[in-house]
Design a protein around this ligand. Structure first.
Ligand code: SF4
Ligand code: SF4
Ligand code: SF4
Length: 315
């Protein structure tokens, strides 16, 4: 067992025994190869099930919005940025949350494993420090973990939690590489190419709303897509309706998205949602010098107004 996993279990056990929290939300091993899943622990003995590894990809903050008690949560850098957003937007109370921060060097992109498997069933996955061994019928392949890291993690500047009550393990080095290189490369394409790309992505969307449901920043009691009075746009799979859904959602999470990757991960149609979200993040950073989930005090640009706000769009 990794040292950090041992420490995590001890911290969680102590929190429950000392009644500092009523519930621990963390990760446990799943039933499928290489999968972890969320675990909700109320009994100290159960903390031995907690794990922390490269495969803990879920953003667990999603569950905080439903919790009615004092919660201890295992949180990576991006998850903590979500928590900060939820506190600022008064969806959760800081005093009800005990943040067990875990420095994180990146998490797995399961879709990269699916690409390697090419439809074959994965029967076993063995994780070591630097590699993952994939085993299945007629398959045994060693893959460097570096090659499986999620795109959001490669250039992540917040691998070490910016807010926590206790920190598990040691701090790690921040991600390298240019954060917006893929957005810039995309922006350099012609209008027609970009339009074709988005139409193609939107045409595959089945409007399941999994991307919205999993997003910690989406918490409206009634989402605009579900409203019928007024009906903002059609509920069809016509590209114009689907594109409007994605454009409006992108605007709603602009300056609030923390690039946790949960929406892209959950999409059953492999739609590249990150490109839109990251572009909105870049624009907010350049125009308003604001990054989501970094401070508890600074308000998101869309929730405040300043006389000197950039207004180039009013011409
Ligand atoms: S985005 Fe950063 S904090 Fe979040 S999982 Fe990736 S490396 Fe970890
Ligand atoms: S829009 Fe996607 S990447 Fe951004 S916070 Fe929501 S789930 Fe995470
Ligand atoms: S999860 Fe994917 S398919 Fe479902 S609504 Fe979102 S983009 Fe469309």
């Amino acid at each position: 067992m990794q040292e950090s996993e041992k420490e995590l279990r001890e911290v969680a056990k102590k929190l429950l025994l000392e009644k500092k929290v009523d519930l621990i939300i963390g990760y446990e091993e799943g039933t499928l190869p290489l999968r972890t899943r969320p675990i909700f622990i109320r009994e100290a003995d159960e903390t031995k099930k907690l794990v922390w590894n490269f495969r803990c990809e879920n953003n667990l903050c999603f569950y905080l919005k439903m919790a009615k008690e004092r919660v201890g949560i295992v949180a990576k850098g991006c998850d903590i940025r979500s928590i900060i957003g939820l506190i600022k937007e008064r969806q959760i109370k800081r005093e009800n949350i005990f943040i067990i921060g875990v420095p994180c060097s990146g998490i797995i992109d399961r879709k990269k494993i699916e690409d390697i498997l090419e439809g074959r069933e994965l029967l076993e996955g063995i994780e070591s420090d630097s590699q993952i061994i994939l085993k299945g019928e007629g398959l045994e392949e060693k893959v460097d973990k570096d090659k499986l890291v999620h795109a959001s993690c490669k250039s992540c500047k917040y691998r070490n939690p910016v807010l926590y009550d206790t920190l598990i393990g040691k701090e790690v080095s921040q991600g390298e590489g240019e954060e917006y290189s893929d957005v810039e490369e995309f922006a350099s394409k012609s209008d027609n190419e970009r339009w074709a790309y988005f139409n193609d992505e939107a045409s595959r969307c089945i409007r399941c709303y999994a991307c919205r449901n999993v997003c910690p920043a989406c918490y409206c009691p009634q989402c605009f897509v579900d409203q019928s009075l007024p009906t903002w746009f059609g509920r069809t799979l016509h590209p114009s309706d689907t594109l409007i859904f994605h454009i409006i959602r992108t605007l709603h999470i602009a300056g609030r998205c923390v690039d946790c990757g949960a929406c892209s991960r959950v999409c059953p149609m492999n739609i590249e949602l990150r490109m839109l979200n990251k572009k909105a993040e870049k624009d907010v950073k350049e125009l308003y010098h604001y990054e989501a989930g970094i401070s508890l005090e600074e308000l998101p640009p869309m929730a405040t107004f300043k006389m000197d706000d950039p207004q180039e769009f009013i011409k």
